[in-house]
Every structure is written in C-alpha cells, then in structure tokens.
Write a protein that binds this ligand. Structure first.
Ligand SMILES: C[S@@+](CC[C@H](N)C(=O)[O-])C[C@H]1O[C@@H](n2cnc3c(N)ncnc32)[C@H](O)[C@@H]1O
Length: 235
C-alpha cells in the first residue's frame, strides 16, 4: 500500500518511543517552538551570519586548535564535520589527517559555497563539501572515525533522525565529538537555547546508544564531549 508523506511521518512518529518524540511549545526568542527530550530546539544560524564564524577573536574565545588537539586524530582518519558552516574546523582538521579526509557537511547550500571558496584559497584538497538534509547527514555507512559537531547540534530540528544517521555512518570504535557552549554556566554570553548541558546531551545520546567516553573541559566557554558505543568510562 502506498502512503502519502503526512501519513508516513505520522506512522514513523508512532514507532518512536514516547520520550524521543517531538512536541510543540510557544517559540522562545532563540527557539523554534519544538521540544525534544525536554529541550527547545534553537533557531538555525543563517548563512548571512557566516562572518561571525570567521571572526578573528574566535581564536581566543574558542581556541579551535586546542579542540582539534583534544580530538587525538590519526593521520589516516576520516572525519565528518556536521553543520560545518564555512569549514572553519574542517580546514583545521584536514591539516591533521593528511592521509585521511574530512567530510564538511551542512544543510545550507550557501555555507557549502563559502566553504568551497575557503578550500580554494587555502589549497586544501582533502575536504569533501557535502550538502545534507535536516534528517540525513548522508554519511557513508560505517565509514567515519570521528564525527565533530561544533555549535551545531542544538540547532538540528530533527536531532533524533540526524543522530541515527550519524551512528550509522560511524565505525564500530568511532567517536562523536560535541563542542557546545556550557548550558550550566549563566556567565557564558550566548543565548540560552544555543547552549547545552552535559546532562541533557548525555540523555539525548543514550537514546541512540551512545555514552560519554571522554571530555575536555579546558576551553573558556565550551564543553568538548566525546561519545562512543562502548560503556561510559570515567573521563
Ligand atoms: C553556528 S553554525 C556553526 C558552524 C561551524 N560548525 C563552526 O563552528 O564554524 C551552525 C551550522 O549548523 C548548520 N545546521 C543546522 N541544522 C543542521 C542539520 N540538521 N544538519 C546539518 N547542519 C545543520 C547550519 O546550517 C550552520 O551552518
């Protein structure tokens, strides 16, 4: 029997456990009015704000080289940068995986266009820009050593579907790395729905079978949290 898209979505929702379903609320200033596992999803940062991703002070505020160092990459690793924006992190990672590659994925074609310009300017050839959808990062099945999401996951309007796609793309011993502004700290100068707590993220990752395996907490404002399939170990 063929079913229309609305009925297909309804049937898919019915098959989800209750705690992983989406509900509606009055949208906050920086939210979209959709709640997932107790958290209102944030608004997507439009490509019009791309200059903010490349601001010079980001180097001191977010210390991207320390993030890349903390990822403990091997030269041959395949890394997916999901919600890569202009490729700010993809380019830094590419230099650390000279025999590997980086998938720089985003849902905004304009961001992919800006990333291609940056790649041409830097002469980096081991980043593959990839246009995904809000429900599918389009990763090769079982092909990725590390997935990185910097300041992106809290904006995914279908976080469960995205994470299911990411888990499918991960090698058995692969890790998913989140860099998110600390939701526990009211002094971090970022809008509330653009921050995440470790407890919230761990709850959402448990829904897709991932556990906290390591963390790096030496950045001024952000968590760096590593999740994997193996049982949680003390970081
Ligand atoms: C705040 S920007 C961060 C960009 C980049 N990670 C960085 O740190 O420079 C968030 C990015 O996530 C992207 N994004 C939002 N929802 C997404 C989704 N479902 N899948 C992939 N990318 C998404 C947006 O298009 C935007 O480029």
């Amino acid at each position: 029997m063929r079913v229309g898209p609305a009925l297909a979505t309804f049937l898919a929702l019915l098959s989800l456990p209750a705690w992983a379903q989406y509900s509606e609320t009055t949208p906050s200033q920086d939210g979209i009015g959709v709640v997932y596992m107790g958290r209102e999803i944030a608004r997507v940062m439009g490509h019009e704000g791309a200059d903010w991703l490349e601001r010079p002070e980001r180097v001191t505020e977010e210390q991207p080289d320390r993030v890349v160092e903390a990822m403990q990459l091997k030269a041959t690793d395949v890394v997916a940068d999901i919600g890569a924006g202009t490729g700010y992190f993809s380019i830094r990672i590419a230099r650390k995986v000279p025999q590997g590659s980086v998938i720089g994925e985003d849902i905004q074609p304009e961001m992919i266009g800006l990333m291609k310009v940056k790649l041409a300017e830097t002469g980096i050839t081991n980043v593959k820009p990839l246009l995904g959808t809000t429900e599918d990062p389009k990763l090769p099945a079982g092909g990725v050593d590390k997935v990185l999401m910097v300041d992106a996951y809290h904006e995914f309007d279908k976080p469960l579907e995205m994470m299911q796609g990411i888990v499918k793309g991960l090698k058995p011993d692969g890790q998913v790395v989140f860099v998110e502004y600390r939701g526990e700290d009211p002094n971090v100068p970022i809008l509330p729905h653009h921050k995440l707590t470790e407890a919230q993220l761990s709850k959402e990752m448990a829904a897709v079978g991932l556990h906290l395996v390591r963390k790096y907490e030496d950045l001024p404002w952000q968590h760096v949290l590593f999740y994997g399939r193996e049982a949680a170990k003390a970081p």
